[in-house]
Write a protein that binds this ligand. Structure first.
Ligand code: NAI
Length: 245
């Protein structure tokens, strides 16, 4: 079913974001992918074309508030509003807390949390006007359970959960839902670099005994941003093989 509502995905060029773009396209959405990496956005455009779809892309560093606002506002004007926002872009700067610099903290917070706030604020204005919206933010089990070596990252991901619940309360009456997905260990570039010891220890605490796939997360995004999830808001859906229950 074709749906004229625009879906915006941040951090769309690779990993989970890229899988979300493909899944939403398969659902018949018009999708705009934002990312800081122009070369990888070009590759995405090509791969999407080869799969028989089309994607809009915008190269933007989402921590640049003015530029992000301008890009989202112009997309909203062009496409009659933003129907779906997926706050997916995220980074890590893992260190033991006592060695962590303010800069490590600020950088992670600015990409993972502040930019998600900015994007949500802009998108929500057009959602309120259109009396429809679905906001899905990619948190993490680290934000639910905490994670040694990731105090900055876990704080940003827990922050997304608090932000989401607040928005859900604020604008639910406008037919806008806001939810988080908290992935566990997913096979991506982000987890490929983990030492074998860490991967082995992770496997011990995952009841289904495998790392997730990017598609596992993308399908959950498609559900929460779709018509069947209109009565679900303010929730955290863990896509983690049972790790954080
Ligand atoms: P990734 O590193 O493969 O992809 C992240 C994308 O965000 C990249 O394309 C990157 O260029 C983009 N990005 C980074 N900073 C940006 C900026 N300032 N402006 C615009 N784009 C920017 O990461 P992955 O693994 O696909 O993760 C996606 C999301 O899922 C992140 O929020 C991550 O924290 C979260 N997550 C990932 C898990 C995993 O196991 N991979 C587990 C739990 C959560």
């Amino acid at each position: 079913m074709a749906d004229k509502r625009l879906a915006v995905v941040t951090g769309a060029a690779r990993g989970i974001g890229r899988a979300i773009v493909f899944e939403l396209l398969r659902q018949g959405r018009i999708v705009a992918g934002l990312d800081i990496r122009e070369d990888q956005l070009k590759e995405l455009t090509q791969a999407v074309k080869e799969a028989g779809f089309e994607v809009l892309t915008r190269c933007v560093d989402i921590t640049q508030t003015d530029r992000l606002t301008e890009v989202l506002e112009s997309l909203a004007v062009e496409y009659g509003g933003i129907g779906i926002l997926v706050n997916n872009a995220g980074i890590t700067r893992d260190k033991l807390m006592i060695q962590m610099e303010d800069e490590d903290y600020d950088k992670v917070m600015s990409v993972n949390l502040r930019a998600a706030f900015t994007a949500t604020r802009v998108a929500a204005r057009s959602m309120i006007r259109n009396k429809f919206g679905r906001i899905v933010s990619i948190s993490s089990v680290a934000g639910v359970m905490g994670q040694a070596g990731s105090a900055n990252y876990a704080a940003s991901k827990a922050g997304l959960i608090g932000m989401t619940k607040s928005i859900a309360r604020e604008i639910g009456k406008k037919n806008i839902t806001a939810n988080c997905i908290a992935p566990g260990f997913i096979q991506t570039d982000m987890t490929a670099v983990l030492p074998d010891m860490v991967k082995k220890a992770a496997m011990e605490v995952i009841p289904v005994k495998r790392f997730g796939t990017v598609e596992d997360v993308a399908r959950a995004v498609a559900f929460l941003s779709g018509d069947d999830a209109g009565y679900i808001t303010g929730q955290v859906l863990c896509v983690d093989g049972g790790m954080a229950m």
